[in-house]
Design a protein around this ligand. Structure first.
Ligand code: CO
Length: 132
């Protein structure tokens, strides 16, 4: 079972510029940024009720966000769903024939355990499972 949409990830070219827009112009609360070397990104989270917006800028043109922007430009990159037991969820999805990008959880921003489902299995949308 999914508890909620944890966050929506947006790939951006210039994190500082977008933080200024989200915080100062759009009026989001801002909780600071974090670098996640394992994902080759810098991220900033903006709470929106039960969910958050995550902005991601690559730290390496060859990282996943760098490649995404080169191919598609800036925009919505993934939707993250919270789960209470990510290992069990990955097992369950694989048993049902869902293709996982990550068969084992990885480290995500804020100390979360995360795993991505292959967009081939989800109508072209990249879905992140995350457990806090
Ligand atoms: Co995310």
């Amino acid at each position: 079972m999914f508890e909620k949409v944890d966050h929506i990830g947006i790939a951006v070219r210039d994190l500082e510029k977008m933080v200024r827009i989200f915080r100062d112009s759009l009026g989001f609360e801002y909780n600071g940024e974090e670098e996640v070397p394992e994902q080759k990104v810098r991220t900033a989270f903006f709470p929106a009720g039960e969910s958050k917006i995550e902005l991601l800028q690559t730290t390496d043109p060859d990282g996943p966000i760098g490649r995404f922007i080169a191919k598609k430009g800036e925009g919505v990159h993934h939707i993250a769903l919270s789960v209470s037991d990510i290992e069990a969820k990955i097992r369950e999805l694989k048993e049902k024939g869902i293709e996982m990008i990550d068969e084992k959880p990885r480290y995500g921003a804020g100390g979360a355990k995360i795993a991505f489902i292959h967009p081939q299995s989800t109508g072209g949308v990249l879905i992140e499972l995350c457990q806090h």
